[in-house]
Design a protein. Structure first.
Ligand SMILES: NC(=O)c1ccc[n+]([C@@H]2O[C@H](COP(=O)([O-])OP(=O)(O)OC[C@H]3O[C@@H](n4cnc5c(N)ncnc54)[C@H](OP(=O)(O)O)[C@@H]3O)[C@@H](O)[C@H]2O)c1
Length: 325
């Protein structure tokens, strides 16, 4: 797998990683053996970067990652902290960071976590020097090797990139979410900050397997957060209205490379964007993992394919969401 530098972490990671939200909760049930099968398929297939969070299954995802981490050399694990408490800036203190970090280290079974990201904190947190001094202290204390942020908006990403020690920015970037191309990716490249592209399949929309009749379980955020009832609506189908998303995906279908599935095309599009360090598709089974890894070996997309994505976005998606995040 192609390796890329993950910003200021100084680490190189395979360009296709794994998102481990599915292994915790919010996506319907994934039992422990299936979750471990996903992790093993990823590592055996060459994945060297896994993204998790303390809040996924309230620690279940971190603990499952911890189980495979012990036996895996060369794996970089990123977790996130901050969403197990009320979302107010006052909670972003060094004392809380230490407590959250202790729990994550225990869940993962490590003394030092490779990368810890603030998990979409309230916007004022990005402008608070004390927050970043506290994160520097975690590095000095040897609890974490590097820190980054996971953001909702491009404006938050740009504020974070301007901080000297932010190693990486995690942001929604996919064929239905093009705004980070305008300013965030160029700024990250200039500053040497890594870009972790999340929700790369728009919560599965960009797999091309759904239609107007598709339904999701009651315990799946694609049912209960479709209109942002539980958390930021941008995390569910990228904030795109489901039927508009289906129409966009149908427009892209004729542009698939021979033999490639829609998911691979969608991931390859992200890989081809200058400034992207790693893309982190979530997966519920080993077959999905294998399909996603194979995007790394697809030929880069042609100018016509890239134009098709841009035009589809401009025609259908831009009017709906471009100014929102
Ligand atoms: N605030 C944050 O920081 C934040 C928020 C969201 C996500 N994330 C991170 O980003 C990661 C990825 O985003 P995501 O999981 O939300 O969405 P995603 O990767 O865009 O979509 C995952 C879904 O796509 C489908 N899928 C995956 N691979 C497939 C394949 N090869 N073929 C067909 N379908 C496939 C599956 O849907 P089915 O379940 O229908 O099979 C899977 O559940 C998360 O796991 C998490 O680590 C972070």
């Amino acid at each position: 797998m192609e390796m890329r530098r993950l910003g200021r972490t100084g680490r190189d990671v395979g360009v296709v990683g794994l998102g481990a939200w599915q292994l915790g909760g919010d996506w319907g049930s994934v039992d422990e053996s299936d979750a471990l099968a996903v992790l093993h398929a990823a590592i055996d297939g060459g994945v060297t970067f896994i993204d998790t969070a303390d809040v996924y299954g309230d620690g279940r995802s971190e603990r499952l990652v911890g189980q495979v981490l012990k036996a895996s050399d060369g794996l970089t694990v990123a977790t996130k902290m901050g969403r197990r408490v009320e979302q107010v800036p006052e909670n972003y203190t060094l004392q809380n960071f230490r407590a959250w970090n202790d729990r994550s280290r225990q869940n993962l079974g490590v003394d030092t976590i490779d990368l810890v990201q603030l998990h979409c904190p309230p916007t004022p947190v990005y402008s608070d020097d004390e927050v970043f001094d506290a994160l520097d202290a975690l590095v000095d204390e040897g609890r974490i090797a590097s820190y980054g942020v996971s953001v909702e908006t491009c404006a938050e990403a740009l504020t974070a990139i301007a901080r000297p020690n932010v190693a990486s920015v995690q942001i929604i970037l996919n064929a239905l979410r093009l705004k980070p191309l305008d300013e965030v990716l160029p700024a990250a490249r200039a500053a040497g900050v890594g870009i972790i592209a999340r929700v790369p399949l728009a919560s599965g929309l960009l797999s091309g397997k759904y239609d107007e009749h598709t339904t999701f379980g009651d315990d799946d955020h694609r049912t209960y957060n479709r209109h942002g009832e539980a958390f930021d609506v941008g995390e569910t189908f990228s904030g795109v209205d489901f039927s508009t998303g289906l129409e966009a995906v149908r427009r892209l279908m004729p542009w698939l490379p021979a033999g490639a599935a829609m998911a691979q095309f969608a991931l390859r599009w992200i890989i081809d964007q200058p400034g992207v360090s790693v893309v982190i598709p979530g997966a519920r089974n080993p077959e999905q993992v294998a399909g996603n890894i194979s995007a790394a070996t697809l030929t880069p997309l042609t100018p016509d394919q890239l134009t098709a994505v841009q035009q589809t976005y401009d025609d259908l998606i831009r009017p709906q969401i471009h100014d929102r995040w």
